[in-house]
Design a protein around this ligand. Structure first.
Ligand code: 13P
Length: 260
């Protein structure tokens, strides 16, 4: 399953009550027929237990949006991988720009979390992306590559079925300002080169890089057709089962067209 061609991930952020997530699961499941993609839904902690139950025997992997790098301790309000593993969580988001911006997460904190995730053998999606100001000043590539290098610093081996990167330009998140697919592909190519340089060409080639930022069922196709983009990380549009299901449909259509 992990080596499937596209990774389609949803990030619910701080949305949906347990009841609302149950309704979503009910309405979304019909879209999973003949699915060939890896699907991950990063839901709020409070919805994990019910979503794990409701997604049993489906292609949906339920993930957490954050975690602490220790197993336990005096860290009020924090949750560890050890606790989440007990609920059946195997997928984690790390370093989302909202965590960096609103909660002061630094590259060093993100690196500690990634080291912990690797030692626990769980899957992560490391989020990286430049701000509008960095893009305007010509520092976009430098900023993104630095986040990749700092985040993965000290990781000797990359298991490409367990570590993915999502390139999410900060200015494209939740703004309806979709980035230019060619420019995104270029950035994803730079990330891939960075991975090849650090961990070998074979790892770079297999490495999965997703795009995130105002993706919906209308815009996803252009990104998924790009050579260096292996999937999408969807925020707002993942809250609507028809919209998110539509994206899964587009991704599967592309895979099926490739087989004709
Ligand atoms: P939107 O799709 O709402 O722009 O959010 C993207 C995102 O932040 C996913 O992690």
């Amino acid at each position: 399953m992990d080596q499937r061609d596209f990774v389609i991930a949803g990030n619910w952020k701080m949305h949906k009550t347990v009841e609302e997530s149950k309704v979503f699961m009910h309405d979304f499941k019909p879209y999973l027929k003949n699915n060939r993609c890896k699907i991950i839904l990063f839901v709020p902690y409070t919805n994990i237990e019910s979503c794990v139950k409701l997604s049993a025997k489906t292609d949906i992997c339920v993930g957490a949006q954050n975690f602490h790098w220790e197993d336990s301790g005096a860290f009020t309000g924090e949750i560890s991988i050890k606790m989440l593993s007990g609920l059946g969580v195997k997928n984690y988001l790390v370093g989302h720009s909202e965590r960096r911006r609103c909660f002061g997460e630094t590259d060093d904190v993100i690196n500690r979390k990634i080291k912990k995730a690797v030692s626990e053998d769980v899957s992560i999606v490391l989020c990286v992306g430049e701000t509008h100001q960095q893009r305007e000043s010509g520092a976009a590539i430098e900023s993104v590559i630095s986040q990749v290098k700092e985040g993965l610093s000290g990781i000797n081996n990359i298991n490409t079925s367990k570590i993915y990167i999502a390139y999410e330009p900060v200015w494209a998140i939740g703004t309806g300002r979709v980035a230019n697919p060619q420019e995104v592909n270029q950035m994803c190519g730079c990330i891939r080169t960075c991975i090849s340089d650090g961990w070998g060409a074979g790892t770079g080639e297999k490495f999965k890089i997703l795009y995130g930022g105002s993706v919906d069922r209308k815009t996803c196709r252009e990104f998924l057709l790009m050579s260096d983009i292996n999937g999408v990380l969807v925020g707002g549009a993942s809250l609507d089962p028809d919209e998110f299901g539509g994206i899964i449909g587009v991704a599967n259509d592309i895979l099926n067209e490739g087989n004709d």
